[in-house]
Design a protein around this ligand. Structure first.
Ligand code: SF4
Ligand code: SF4
Length: 153
């Protein structure tokens, strides 16, 4: 992954520990193409296949006709599906101790979420639609790696 173009954000363990991870219990944070190595296509392909074939990551969508897909961690209980369209559910990467990923390896929307007391956390515009629009130029790669990963699960 190219850390030069990856925004990292600021973790606030004090606020999030007190909250207990309500965002992660509601829905997994969408990841961006850059989280998987874009714009380096080779890295993007390799990292996506590696992640999807673990069954802990999945491809979701906003609008299939418009090619608006995005990648996110699986929802607990739905691991092992290359495609999944659950609208709610706990992130498969959440443990009783918090996220199982190091902070800089978490999806961009998770890293950029600004924790605030009283769960008034600021998502900074990282909606599913906004993230899906960033994946659109990689649509062909997503469909391609999905077929490869499906054969590996
Ligand atoms: S980002 Fe907000 S909702 Fe998520 S764990 Fe932290 S305080 Fe809770
Ligand atoms: S990847 Fe980590 S921070 Fe993001 S929703 Fe899942 S458990 Fe939470």
């Amino acid at each position: 992954m190219n850390s030069n173009i990856k925004p990292i954000g600021i973790e606030n363990l004090e606020i999030c520990k007190a909250c207990g991870g309500k965002c992660c219990k509601t829905y997994p944070g969408p990841a961006t193409p850059e989280d998987f190595g874009a714009p380096d296509i080779k890295k993007l392909r390799e990292n996506l296949i590696e992640a999807l074939s673990t069954g802990k990551w999945t491809i979701d969508w906003i609008n299939q006709d418009e090619g608006l897909y995005f990648v996110r961690p699986a929802v607990k209980g739905f691991e092992g599906s290359v495609f999944d369209h659950n609208y709610l559910g706990e992130c498969a990467l959440l443990t009783p101790q918090g996220c199982s990923l190091d902070f800089e390896k978490r999806p961009e929307s998770c890293r950029m979420l600004i924790p605030k007391i009283g769960e008034k956390c600021d998502p900074q515009g990282y909606t599913r639609l906004a993230v899906a629009k960033r994946w659109k130029e990689y649509y062909d790669i997503l469909m391609d790696v999905a077929i490869e990963a499906e054969n590996m699960i």
